[in-house]
Ligand binder design. Structure first.
Ligand code: DX5
Ligand code: ZN
Length: 218
């Protein structure tokens, strides 16, 4: 497993300057770009879909980490893979046939992740952990950028780390929501190795140095 990965969320980027934002990220120390897809049903907000992912793919040299906050994501896995996703993460709460959906993501040639909401226990991942490339703890209720970090997420990160260790597999442990330099160290110490950061990066004066600043915490 690589060292710490920063995955800036383009939800907080300037959509009218997406090419510029993407090349800024290309030049940055961020290894991944986090892409938040929202359907207005699973979460109370609509963000963007395939055309935006395809536009980012065209300009990006980074690993594209797609976080699907949508109901029944199995309907669209093939199209997200075709549009350029490297990792496809679905929500456990949105998938009645979670195991099947994970296999579907892999059969499309992508890495597979599962996210859990703040109100969902880590134990939900127990029976699929060995099939995962990534497990994601939501540290805010999904739907919006710029929300405050839920402190209990640090304890959930430790629980997930224990579960990952017991699987004996290399699985990315990603945290998403309200991540900043004040909680990053605790999250890393608890076992996180992928940190999503939206507003903390994009609302800063110099996003590239903010990304570096997060990496320098370890
Ligand atoms: C929230 C999204 C997050 C969001 C993070 O529903 O999944 O990825 O963009 O934004 P910040 O870092 O501002 O909380
Ligand atoms: Zn996200």
């Amino acid at each position: 497993m690589e060292k710490l990965i920063i995955a800036p969320s383009v939800l907080a980027a300037d959509f009218a300057n997406l090419a510029k934002e993407t090349s800024m990220l290309n030049e940055s120390a961020a290894a991944w770009i986090h892409i938040d897809v929202m359907d207005g049903v699973f979460v109370p907000n609509i963000s963007f879909g395939f055309p935006v992912l395809e536009a980012i793919k065209k300009h990006s040299t980074k690993f594209l980490d797609c976080h699907l906050m949508i109901e029944k994501p199995e309907r669209y896995i093939a199209q997200f893979a075709k549009s350029g996703a490297d990792m496809i993460t679905v929500h456990a709460e949105a998938c009645p046939h979670l195991h099947r959906t994970i296999q579907q993501i892999k059969s499309e040639g992508c890495m597979a992740g599962v996210a859990i909401n703040p109100g969902t226990p880590v134990s939900v991942l127990e029976d699929v952990i060995e099939d995962l490339d990534l497990a994601l703890i939501m540290s805010v209720n999904p739907g919006f950028g710029g929300q405050s970090f839920i402190a209990n997420s640090i304890q959930k990160t430790s629980q997930l780390k224990t579960l990952i260790n017991s699987s004996g597999k290399d699985i990315y442990l990603e945290i998403d929501g309200g991540v900043n330099k004040n909680n990053a160290v605790d999250l890393i110490q608890a076992g996180a190795n992928v940190l999503v950061a939206g507003s903390f990066v994009f609302a800063s004066v110099d996003p590239k140095s903010t990304i570096q600043e997060l990496l320098d915490l370890v």
